[in-house]
Write a protein that binds this ligand. Structure first.
Ligand SMILES: NC(=O)c1ccc[n+]([C@@H]2O[C@H](COP(=O)([O-])OP(=O)(O)OC[C@H]3O[C@@H](n4cnc5c(N)ncnc54)[C@H](O)[C@@H]3O)[C@@H](O)[C@H]2O)c1
Length: 266
């Protein structure tokens, strides 16, 4: 259990869902972790649980859309643990509004959290990572950053984050910092899945060739791999973790529909 021994990591949105699973796995694998989230009560509770199990975990309240908070959070991570090697830009929100429905307020807030937040994170964490000898940045995009999705602002933010990741590769490679984006499909036990509305989780599972939603522990394994030295030559990659949805979801659904069509005709 030492895949991250000696590493110091900062994970945003770590109070719940995938971020909390990342923090738990990172700590178990030997990392010191600064958890941050806008939800202070839930974030404190996760950090306290991990510390109680003997892990090195601290929490800091942070809104990733605020630049001043990034400067303070990065400084606090370095002060507490002595450096920084890994940044996981995980915090994200969704408004569930189509283009016609989108309010300017929801559009601006979604882009501020999902895209500007990740940009600010890289801007302020990368120099500390450079001074620690380099490291790895993992940006949480989505399958909504690879194909269409219902929410206009969310889709735009996740496509934007995929592109921003490539730009960061150019700048940070000389600092020995790798930057990759991951693209989860629908992940269970997250507010994203829970708040999708009636039929959302069932329909999502039907569209995934593996026939089920992913689990936060499964995306955490990918984040861990990209954070660790085991992925030392992976840089600028975009990795779908979606049970085959991007690769084969369309034909998979077509086959469902064909079977249904045949059943009704007979
Ligand atoms: N769950 C899915 O199906 C799914 C699929 C693809 C991508 N994603 C992405 O995965 C990431 C993690 O989300 P999750 O699935 O764990 O959902 P989640 O809602 O359970 O967790 C998101 C966390 O981000 C925090 N957060 C929200 N706004 C914040 C802000 N301004 N500053 C700091 N923290 C903030 C929330 O408090 C929450 O703890 C998100 O970027 C999301 O877009 C999720």
């Amino acid at each position: 259990m030492t895949r991250l021994a000696g590493k110091i990591a900062l994970i945003t949105g770590a109070a719940s869902g995938q971020g909390a699973a990342d923090a738990e796995l990172f700590v178990r694998e030997g990392a010191a972790v600064m958890l941050s989230d806008i939800d202070a009560a839930a974030g404190e509770a996760v950090a306290a649980r991990l510390s109680g199990q003997g892990g090195r975990a601290l929490f800091r309240a942070q809104d990733v859309a605020e630049e001043a908070g990034w400067i303070e959070t990065v400084a606090a991570s370095v002060a507490a643990f002595g450096g920084l090697h890994v940044l996981v830009n995980n915090a994200g929100i969704i408004a569930r509004q189509s283009v016609i429905e989108t309010t300017l307020e929801a559009w601006n807030r979604t882009l501020a959290v999902n895209l500007t937040g990740a940009m600010l994170g890289m801007k302020h964490a990368a120099p500390a990572m450079r001074d620690s000898g380099g490291g790895s940045i993992i940006n949480l995009s989505s399958t909504a950053g690879m194909t269409a999705y219902d929410d206009a602002a969310y889709t735009a933010s996740k496509w934007g984050l995929r592109g921003l990741t490539k730009s960061a590769v150019l700048q940070f490679a000389p600092w020995n910092i790798r930057v990759n984006s991951i693209h989860p499909g629908t992940i269970a036990e997250t507010s994203f899945a829970r708040l999708g509305g009636e039929g959302f989780e069932a329909a999502a599972a039907m569209s995934i060739p593996l026939g089920r939603l992913g689990m936060p522990q499964e995306t955490a394994e990918l984040v861990l791999f990209l954070a660790s030295d085991a992925s030392s030559f992976i840089n600028g990659a975009e990795i779908a973790i979606d049970g085959g949805y991007i690769a084969a979801g369309t034909v998979h659904l077509r086959n469902h529909l064909r079977a249904e069509y045949t059943r009704r005709r007979n």
